[in-house]
Design a protein around this ligand. Sequence first.
Ligand code: NZQ
Ligand code: ZN
Length: 384
Amino acid sequence: MQAFDYYNPTRIVFGAGRLPEVAHLIPSGSRVLLASGGGSAERNGTLPAIRRALAGFHVTEFSGIEANPDADTLLRAASLCREQSLNFILAVGGGSVADGCKFIAAAACHDGDAWQLVSAQEPLARALPLGVVLTLPATGSESNDGAVISRRASGDKLDFSSPLLFPRFALLDPATTLSLPARQTANGVVDTFVHVLEQYLTYPAGAPVQDRFAEGLLLTLIETGPALLAKPDDLALRGTMMWCATLGLNRLIGVGVPHDWAAHMIGHAVTARLGIDHGRTLGALYPAVLAVQRGGKHDKLLQYGERVWGITGGSADERVGAAIAATGRFFAELGAPAHLADDGMQAADIAPVIAKLAEHGLTRLGERGDLDEARIRRVLEIAL
Ligand code: NZQ
Ligand code: ZN
């Protein structure tokens, strides 16, 4: 196991019916930016409940944060924070709203071009405190230090992170997720599954605790995902999914082990160009990454196949192939498309996607840095 620091200061408040408690989680006297997305939180009653709970606070609302949040939209919210001296940000929504609020929190305290915090990875000196009321379990953003920000004007989608961006709290009320359409529920399962694999399915690192935690999450997702699609009103399943998603990327299972993240980096570039849902890019790209990287991932693929899918028969090569195939079948069972072409990508999009990755220095991907431009092209060709 590699040396590591583990730090996660986010308070987790889990349970149905707990939205009113948000009033006790925000420091009294705060001037709050209440930020949300395109209307789902209004329609499912989450935002009205939060508004009632915040009756004792000064609240300024900002809605319309889009899926794959756009820096230009978020900069308008950051200006509001400055103009009105707002000093706490409450995100109500999915990963896009949570991520967007992290950028707002940083930009509101930054003199100069805030996009540089993302594009040039300028270190953050200060950020406003934020909390998250999560309505879509998927990204783990509610209790991690990262955010993925898009800028449509330049065709970019890039991540940035800072310990200052850990939310102060994540309010996880599974009832807020009952309104999710099947497609977003499935996106969340695929995204979480891939988060776990990006931190687990690399090469053996003498980290049995992390491995068993990861395998436990994967097995839980395999049980919960299809059950949830069959019974979307099941609050217990919704709760299990919510906790899985948080644990998948709160950095715990990723300590002391190598990470991959190739499918994520390629997926972000695909979404930046074509607007395809994050989860759906991964459903097609992750099995393709496994196909191209199966040599380097051989030992871990065998372990994953046996412990997660019960694959014990056949030669080592056959078992590796069976583990990759099982992963693809699971995503298909959830309704994720196996091919990016199903969501509108064309062969002509491959070169510009690779060019974007190259522009940002993202062409030595994977746990060994050996997924170069030629291999990225093969991944995209398989996923197409
Ligand atoms: O905009 P609204 O109206 O709220 O609708 C959203 C949106 O259309 C809807 N939705 C959310 N909660 C709902 C709901 N609809 C009905 N009922 C509810 N309870 O779902 C749609 C998608 O929402 P979004 O927030 O975009 O989805 P997700 O949570 O999957 O977030 C995706 C973003 O997170 C980034 C992705 O790249 C993408 O930009 N990621 C962030 C990470 C992080 N910060 O650690 C890691 C991830 O790997 C990921 O890259
Ligand atoms: Zn993801």
